[in-house]
Design a protein around this ligand. Structure first.
Ligand code: WQD
Length: 328
C-alpha cells in the first residue's frame, strides 16, 4: 500500500518506516523536524536501501496537506506527528492542544476528501488515567494528569466520531505503553532534543557520562521495590504492531494496546542496563514526580488475537539496543 507517515523521522515513526518498507509498502514521510533530524532519512535508506519521499511540512497546515494528498494516491495514513513531552504540555497547553488536535482534524478532513480509508493513530496508555492495571481497551477512560494525555484522548474521540459518521473511514487507535530500545543496526533510536524526559534515554546518557546521575522519582510506591512500574516495549516490536494494525484494518473503530503485558520497575531497568552493558549508572532516589502513577502495564490479549501480533523482545534486548544506539 501507499502510506503517508506523519512524524516519520521521529523515534517510533522512523522504526515503523523501516518495518513498512521491509514489508514492501511504499511510504511518503511528512515531518516538520521539530523533534527529529533530517539525517534519519539517510539512516532509513542505509537500513532498507530505500529513500522514502520526504516533505518537510507542518501537518496542521491545510494547504501543504492539500498538495500532498493531491500529489499522491494514499491508501492509508499513520499519524505519529505530535508533541509528546508530558511536563512541557503542562507549561504550554495551547501549543499542545493546537498542534496535536488540529493535525488530527486536518488529516482526517483530507482522508475524507481524497477517499483515504485507513487511519492508524499513535495514541498512548496515558489515556487510561489512573485505571488499575492490567489495562484493557474496553475500560472507561479516566481524566489524564496533563494536556498531552488529554490531546491523545480527544484525538481518539475525534477519530471515533469521524469513523462512525463515515462508514468507509476505518481507524486503528494504538495505545503505546513505554517505547524503548532501538533498531539492531544502532543507526536509528530515541534521540530527543535537550535533556531527556523519559527514563531509558536518560539512563543511556548517564552511562555515557553526558549526565552525571539519574534521579529516581520516588521509591515509596506500593511496588516490588518501591519504584515506578511500567510496561516497556521494544520500539521494533511496536513498529511491527503498526504494520499489523495497518494490514488488518478493514472497517470501523479498532483500539489496541501495544505493550508486553509485563511490568518492570525503575531499579530493575537500571540493574539490567548495568549488567547487560557492563557500565555504571549512578543514581539518587528523590521525590516522586507529580502526575506519575505507581503501576501501568497492558492486557495484550486483544492485539494478540485480532492482529496476530505479540511483542517478542525482552528487557535485556531493550537495554542492549538502547546502549548500542547511544554509543553510535
Ligand atoms: C518511566 C518511569 C518515572 C525519568 C511517559 C508518557 C507516555 C509516553 C512515555 C510519550 C516512571 C521514572 C523517569 C527519570 C525516573 N510518552 N523516571 N527518572 O512517565 O511512564 O510515560 O512517557 O509517548 O505517554 O506518559 O515514562 O520514561 O518518563 O517514566 O525515575 O529521570 O521512570 O517515575 O516510573 P512515563 P517515563
Amino acid at each position: 500500500m501507499k502510506i503517508l507517515v506523519t512524524g516519520g523521522l521521529g523515534f517510533i515513526g522512523s522504526h515503523t518506516c523501516v518495518e513498512l518498507i521491509n514489508r514492501k509498502h511504499r511510504i511518503v514521510v511528512a515531518d516538520n523536524l521539530s523533534n527529529s533530524n533530517i539525517e534519519t532519512l539517510e539512516k532509513i535508506n542505509e537500513i532498507t536501501g530505500v529513500i522514502p519521499d520526504f516533505h518537510q511540512i507542518d501537518v496542521t497546515e491545510e494547504s501543504k496537506l492539500e498538495e500532498l494528498f493531491n500529489k499522491y494516491d494514499f491508501d492509508g495514513v499513520i499519524h505519529f506527528a505530535g508533541y509528546k513531552a508530558v511536563g512541557e504540555s503542562v507549561e504550554k497547553p495551547l501549543d499542545y492542544y493546537y498542534n496535536n488536535l488540529v493535525s488530527t482534524i486536518k488529516l482526517s478532513e483530507m482522508c475524507l476528501k481524497y477517499n483515504v480509508d485507513k487511519f492508524v493513530f499513535s495514541s498512548s496508555a496515558t489515556v487510561y488515567g489512573d485505571n488499575k492495571s492490567p489495562l484493557k481497551e474496553d475500560m472507561k477512560l479516566l481524566p489524564t494528569t496533563n494536556p498531552y494525555g488529554e490531546t491523545k484522548a480527544i484525538s481518539e474521540r475525534i477519530l471515533k466520531d469521524t469513523a462512525f459518521a463515515n462508514t468507509d473511514f476505518a481507524v486503528s487507535l494504538l495505545r503505546y505503553f513505554n517505547p524503548v530500545g532501538a533498531h539492531e543496526s544502532g543507526l536509528i533510536g530515541e534521540d530527543p532534543k535537550g535533556v531527556p524526559n523519559n527514563l531509558m534515554p536518560y539512563v543511556s546518557k548517564v552511562a555515557k557520562g553526558e549526565l552525571d546521575k539519574l534521579y529516581v522519582f520516588g521509591n515509596d510506591y506500593d511496588t516490588v521495590d518501591g519504584t515506578g512500574v511500567r510496561d516497556y516495549i521494544h520500539v521494533v516490536d511496536l513498529a511491527e504492531g503498526h504494520a499489523a494494525a495497518l494490514e488488518n484494518l478493514n472497517s470501523g473503530v479498532n483500539i489496541y494496546n501495544l505493550g508486553t503485558g509485563k511490568g518492570t520497575s525503575v531499579l530493575e531497568i537500571i540493574n539490567t542496563f548495568i549488567k547487560v552493558n557492563e557500565v555504571e549508572v549512578p543514581y539518587e532516589i528523590v521525590e516522586r514526580r507529580p502526575g506519575d502513577i505507581a503501576v501501568s502495564y497492558a492486557d495484550t490479549k486483544k492485539a494478540e488475537k485480532e492482529l496476530n501480533w505479540k511483542a517478542k523482545r525482552n528487557i535485556e534486548d531493550m537495554v542492549r539496543d538502547s546502549w548500542r544506539f547511544e554509543l553510535n
